[in-house]
Design a protein around this ligand. Structure first.
Ligand code: MG
Length: 364
């Protein structure tokens, strides 16, 4: 079969966008998986019953690394745009040496604008491949102590009070909860949570408060109900009002939507107490690592978060978690059809697999 028609035929089915069958070449496969949510997931941004994420497999020398990126609609990314972006540079990827993953990823960043979920999937797959090839877990490749993982929160999306109470009861195994707020029903939400539990809470307004005055009033309300900190009270573009707010509240305020990439860290440093680093936003584990290290150098606290995704992306992020103060790595726990098992949670603490690479196991 002519190579071009082979690729055209192969792209019709999942996991088959293969390189030409040359034994020493890398074989790279793309897939889009629909992940079904346990509960309809509502935040200030959206409400959804499923998410489509982008998967990448990199095979060479009989070893397959797996990566995943969760596209963020707000930044005009989708699993399809991720797949198209990397399909366009497939010949470059196929001819690249996975051991040169740093230069390879830099070159991909130069060739592909945006598409951070695609870049994250590629980066995770390469580190999974390298770890497996060396026979060591990714945390060891990065020089990290797996015992230093933090507790993860379990997130509760915005819902009616009865559903909120039920979701909080279902999250009994988690010692700290992250409550989504910002849709004008914070009081009812917190009242429903507090009817069921006294455990520490963290909150995320996802830019939902309309003014600095509203933010201060709501944050002080949350403070009175045992909330430890809040993420992104105001629109991402509004940095000036953050300092006004921080003079009037006690809890730390984290940037999430205002801090997407490495070059945002210094911009938000004077306006927030910490940042929420997400591998899907950053464009991979190595990009997230650079954000964490820059944030530390600027005196910021660091949280590692995730999108709704499978155990591939969440386990990737978990391998970085020994470096952070707080973790919110529950995206895989929010779905019903996780195709893999990786990081586990015991009494809230992240437990990294000690198998090579990411340490994933396929779920039949
Ligand atoms: Mg957030």
């Amino acid at each position: 079969m002519h190579r071009r028609s082979f690729l055209a035929a192969a792209s019709a089915a999942p996991w088959t966008l293969n390189a030409a069958p040359v034994s020493s070449a890398s074989k790279i496969e793309f897939d889009i998986k629909r992940l079904n949510l346990r509960h309809t997931w509502t935040t200030v941004m959206s409400s959804s019953a499923f998410r489509d994420t982008f998967f990448l497999k990199w095979t060479q020398d009989g070893i397959t690394g797996v990566g995943e990126g969760a596209p963020i609609v707000r930044y005009k990314e989708s699993a399809v745009t991720a797949k198209n972006a990397l399909s366009a540079i497939l010949p470059y990827l196929e001819s690249s040496d996975p051991w040169h993953f740093r230069t390879l990823l830099s070159e991909v960043s130069r060739r592909v604008e945006g598409e951070y979920a695609a870049k994250a999937a590629l980066d995770i797959a390469l580190l999974d491949w390298a770890g497996q090839k060396l026979g060591i877990p990714v945390y060891k490749l990065l020089g990290l102590d797996p015992k230093a993982t933090p507790v993860t929160t379990f997130s509760i999306g915005i819902d009616d009070p009865a559903t909120t109470r039920r979701k909080v009861e279902e999250a009994a195994a988690f010692p700290v909860l992250k409550i989504k707020v910002g849709l004008g029903k914070d009081e009812a939400t917190i009242e429903a949570v507090r009817a069921v539990t006294n455990k520490p809470l963290r909150t995320d307004a996802n830019e939902g408060y309309k003014t600095k005055e509203e933010a201060v009033e709501r944050i002080n309300f949350l403070e009175r109900h045992g909330v430890e900190f809040i993420e992104q009270p105001l629109d991402a573009s509004n940095l000036e009002d953050m300092n006004w707010i921080r003079k009037r509240v006690h809890m730390p305020v984290f940037a999430d939507e205002a801090c997407l990439h490495l070059n945002d860290v210094a911009k938000v440093a004077q306006h927030f107490d910490g940042i929420n680093v997400k591998v899907d936003k950053a464009g991979g584990l190595l990009a997230a690592l650079r954000m964490i290290e820059l944030a530390r150098s600027l005196g910021l606290q660091v949280m590692i978060g995730c999108m709704v995704s499978s155990s591939v992306a969440v386990t990737g992020a978990a391998h970085l978690s020994p470096l952070v103060d707080y973790a919110d790595l529950d995206g895989n726990l929010l779905i019903k059809n996780d195709p893999y098992e990786g990081v586990l949670v015991e009494h809230g603490k992240l437990v990294l697999p000690d198998r090579p690479g990411l340490g994933l196991k396929g779920v039949a």
